[in-house]
Design a protein around this ligand. Structure first.
Ligand code: MN
Length: 258
């Protein structure tokens, strides 16, 4: 008899544990990252109808789809970045890593006035003084309020002639989270774990460089982090197990005690 799992399913049934969906809807409208034109580009999500109860298949409806690995809410595997070259592909991520505790650090009030806001190590250590240490083997979820823009490619990427303007982490903070913090990954609401201006940082794209280089994970385009407590949630994330894949679209939910 497994009393722990029975207690969990009872709590899910009576609502004392709520399931919060953290996943962006996938459609051709889902915002995607746009790199400078000299680089390859990720595909938008696309559906191709195979049949819809018609002469192509009278009793069934189904589609093919095309998508970038890094389209919509998605998981970054260590091999995504050159610093993690030879590291785990998304199909090789241990399943035990897909259900882990998560904490939420909320800077949405500061980002509201500064879309280029960068999280610093001090912000995390200050948070830890109030809420306790980051979870060993868990996730740091970084709330910026950016999910409110997720219905618009233009507002989500927030680009002007100088490039995209979206919040992220300083290079020192990224290095600290990757090398000093006990978490296995960082989840964000933006199109990627790095700030929009991170192409100009030293090193460029420091979250990707540091996290992947340390064998850690990224999780992007999360929604509804406002519905999670600062501590105590459990993140359940299900990236598609694409063999050799650098990442994959993922369903992400959180279990929260009410
Ligand atoms: Mn990615």
């Amino acid at each position: 008899m497994s009393s722990v799992l029975t207690a969990l399913t009872d709590a899910l049934a009576d609502g004392s544990v709520e399931v919060v969906d953290l996943t962006a809807r996938l459609s051709s409208e889902t915002p995607v990252i746009q790199l400078p034109p000299e680089f390859g580009q990720t595909a938008r999500f696309e559906l191709e109808e195979i049949s819809a109860y018609d002469d192509r298949g009278p009793a069934w409806y189904w589609n093919n789809f095309r998508s970038g690995e890094h389209t919509g809410t998605h998981f970054d595997a260590p091999c995504h970045w050159v610093t993690g070259r030879g590291g785990l592909d998304v199909a090789s991520v241990p399943v035990g890593h897909l259900i882990r505790p998560a904490v939420v650090l909320d800077v949405s009030a500061r980002v509201a006035d500064d879309p280029d806001f960068l999280l610093e190590v001090d912000d995390i250590t200050t948070w830890e003084q109030e809420h306790g240490p980051l979870p060993d083997g868990g996730w740091l979820l970084y709330r910026t309020g950016w999910d409110a823009r997720s219905d618009s490619q233009e507002r989500f990427t927030n680009a002007d002639e100088t490039g995209p303007h979206t919040p992220g982490m300083s290079p020192e903070c990224a290095r600290w989270v990757a090398e000093e913090a006990p978490v296995i990954g960082v989840g964000v609401e933006t199109v990627g774990t790095d700030a929009g201006a991170a192409h100009s940082f030293d090193p460029p794209f420091p979250c990707h460089a540091s996290l992947m280089g340390s064998g850690k994970y990224g999780l992007t385009q999360l929604q509804n982090l406002a519905s999670l407590p600062p501590t105590g949630a459990v993140l359940v994330v299900g990236p598609l197990p694409i063999v050799t894949g650098s990442g994959a679209p993922a369903r992400a939910v959180a279990l929260v005690e009410r």
